[in-house]
Design a protein around this ligand. Structure first.
Ligand code: ZN
Length: 222
């Protein structure tokens, strides 16, 4: 089965561009065939119960891999699903999701074979992105002893992907936004998942938090 993009790579750049708009026409036609009111209803507003913080990788689309529909997941994506505490983009999305949309869950989703994580394990210089990869290298430093005991390179990078998700769940918990939600009694779960590109299966890292009970004292708002 060849994908749309595989077919499109044989075509010119202009044809590829046009095919996206054709694809949209097909999408609208197919959707209206199933539900003539679909867009009218979707335009009325959103009330997603979940915020997804995932990798920008094109193979990890939040809705498809959780079998959910548009309107069900509020999404923020960046390279290697990072929660950087001074990232105004992420903080704005998080603030809106928690304080306006009142989501019930925030999920950090990483994936095995993540290019950002693999790049952060090496010493090659890539340019501007090295400044972003630095945050991932900081995660490596925290777990260097455990990671360097793993000889198999794939196994080691898989474990690093898991550590990166876990640390970013902790980062999320430490934000003023999540801590204040918990302080005010808002029901909010924070979770970490890893998606396998080769099986399609999501593994729960089992680091879910519903309050700041397990947080290091220095980070806690009291
Ligand atoms: Zn990735």
């Amino acid at each position: 089965m060849s994908t749309k993009i595989e077919k499109d790579t044989q075509h010119s750049t202009a044809e590829l561009y046009a095919s996206l708009l054709d694809g949209n026409k097909q999408f609208v036609a197919n959707t209206l065939k199933i539900d003539p009111e679909y867009f009218i209803n979707l335009a009325k507003g959103q009330s997603p119960p979940v915020l997804w913080i995932g990798c920008a990788d094109s193979r990890v689309p939040a809705n498809q891999i959780t079998n959910t529909a548009p309107g069900e997941i509020f999404v923020h994506r960046n390279i290697a699903n990072m929660v950087v505490h001074s990232d105004m983009n992420m903080l704005s999305v998080l603030d809106y999701a928690v304080n306006v949309l009142k989501v019930k869950h925030v999920i950090v989703t990483g994936h095995y074979g993540c290019g950002g994580v693999l790049a952060a394990m090496g010493n090659h210089e890539f340019g501007l992105i090295d400044n972003w990869l630095r945050h991932i290298k900081d995660v490596y430093r925290l777990h260097a002893t455990a990671l360097e005991q793993i000889e198999d390179p794939t196994e080691r990078s898989d474990r690093f992907v898991e550590f990166n998700v876990i640390e970013n769940v902790y980062n999320l918990c430490k934000t003023s936004i999540v801590q204040n939600a918990w302080k005010s009694g808002q029901e909010l779960g924070v979770h970490g998942w890893v998606y396998s590109l080769s099986t399609g299966i999501i593994t729960d890292m089992k680091v879910s938090a519903y309050d700041n009970a397990n947080m290091e004292d220095v980070f806690k708002f009291k």
